[in-house]
Design a protein around this ligand. Structure first.
Ligand code: SF4
Length: 446
């Protein structure tokens, strides 16, 4: 799997980083603001429970390697998490500084400072001893959950192989995260660090080329970190027109194809973080106008509010209460989207107010590119026949404390379990499952 093509890095002016790195003086000053709280709420708020005061204290004393190791002890993807974590609602959101009406400690940027130094100096962790090389675990999927599970098991001395069908592992970190948050090269660098621990990577399409039953025969345990499938379709006429590209394919293409170009007037459909990522990317790739349409209002939009604010600063224009009903095609290409006006009704079962169409309110909005971002479908086909694995709403059912599925040889974590949350949640799932698998292997029951 080492022969894959590295996705391109777009030029830095087009995709300047969202949170530029600290210089050494600013990092030191920020580290020295930390109160090094006992029972630190920032640590409790981190799904992987990084010991935040410990790693910040080490930055303050100039021990950057020690700081990075403290981060990696808890979260092997400390580099990508320092860039993509929604820190406002996790560690920084919990920082005690809020109680004193002070700015929270910039934990994400400090973490990045320590991790950048670690990677700049060769990214070396001690090679783990192989305690029980005959006990083998397969991790299916090359994204954050599998990488975390694989690294944790490898650090405990077990042989682990990660299977992924793409040329490069890293999952959405490599192919699907917006460039201004995480560059593909950084994701790949992180994968290489996991490889350096002794984790084996193999490119294989699990299911078609390599059935799960074969993995079951060859490995003691199988961890499923499959992620999610393709994006949901809109199910409207004209969806197949040229110029319509779903948000994940859009992000992957601009990251991997040098000649990929964006439309002049782009319509993005959806209200989640991926829709916002695509809209901002379209602006930076040169679209004159980017319009995001959502079927409810700003209040119901699932995207984080800081992502919404960022998109407004980038010039994305928002349109509420609009549902697409058709793509209008002219001369073989998408030329407009036909919308119907919506109104909010009573709350549905989830507590969100229902969006209801207003009769005779259809209108057309001219554009030359349409990017639907309606969430990802579930990868259920592969698992339909796997004994004991239960699915609910397309997600794999697991014991939350261990990640164990109904089949004791299988564990699972990340998006295929939680339906699509943050990278750090997937890392936490992978680590939790690895701990449980290791306990089984150590107990000799595997
Ligand atoms: Fe430092 Fe804030 Fe965490 Fe306290 S809560 S240890 S001040 S980062």
């Amino acid at each position: 799997m080492s022969g894959g093509t590295l996705p391109l890095a777009r030029n830095l002016e087009q995709f300047p980083e969202l949170h530029p790195p600290f210089d050494s003086q600013s990092a030191l000053a920020e580290a020295n603001r930390c109160l090094f709280c006992f029972d630190a709420p920032c640590t409790a708020a981190c799904p992987t429970h990084i010991d935040v005061p410990r790693f910040i204290k080490k930055i303050g004393s100039g021990n950057l390697r020690g700081s990075a190791v403290a981060i990696l002890d808890a979260n092997i993807l400390g580099l990508s998490c320092s860039r993509v974590c929604p820190v406002d609602v996790l560690c920084e959101g919990a920082c005690v500084m809020h109680r004193y009406n002070k700015k929270p400690i910039e934990i994400g940027r400090l973490q990045r400072y320590a991790m950048d130094s670690f990677y700049a100096k060769g990214a070396r962790l001690p090679a783990p001893e192989s305690r029980a090389p005959e006990r083998r675990v397969a991790c299916v999927g090359g994204g954050p959950a599998s990488l975390s599970c694989a690294a944790e098991l490898r650090r405990r001395g077990y042989a682990v192989t990660v299977f992924d069908n793409r040329p490069l592992p890293g999952g959405l970190n490599t192919y699907g995260v917006a460039e201004y948050k995480l560059r593909p090269a950084d994701s790949v660098r992180e994968v290489e660090m996991v490889r350096s621990l002794g984790v084996e990577f193999r490119q294989a399409a699990i299911g078609s080329a390599l059935p799960l039953e074969q993995l079951e025969r060859e490995y003691d345990f199988v961890f499923l970190g499959l992620g999610l499938g393709a994006m949901e379709r809109m199910g409207i006429p004209g969806e197949q027109s040229a110029g319509v590209i779903d948000a994940l394919r859009f992000i992957e293409r601009y990251k991997t194809q040098p000649d990929f170009s964006v439309g002049k007037v782009v319509v993005v459909i959806g209200g989640g973080n991926t829709a916002i990522d695509a809209a901002i990317a379209a602006r930076r790739l040169g679209a004159q106008d980017v319009h995001l349409f959502y079927r409810r209002t700003e209040k119901e939009m699932p995207a984080f509010s800081f992502e919404f604010d960022h998109a407004k600063v980038e010039g994305v224009q928002f349109h509420w209460l609009a549902q697409p009903v058709a793509i209008v095609e002219r001369e073989g290409r998408a030329a407009a989207v036909k919308f119907i006006q919506m109104a909010l009704g009573e709350p549905d079962g989830s507590g969100r107010r229902k969006a209801l169409p207003v009769s005779c309110s259809e209108y057309e909005f001219a554009c030359d590119m349409v990017i639907p971002a309606l969430g990802q479908s579930r990868l259920t086909d592969l698992l339909q026949t796997t004994r004991g694995i239960e699915l609910k709403g397309g997600s794999i059912m697991v014991d939350r404390a261990t990640g164990r599925t109904g089949n004791p040889r299988y564990y699972a974590g990340g998006d295929c379990v939680n339906g699509g949350r943050e990278v750090v949640d997937a890392v936490a799932d992978g680590k939790r499952a690895a701990t449980a698998i290791a306990a089984e292997l150590e107990g000799g029951r595997g």
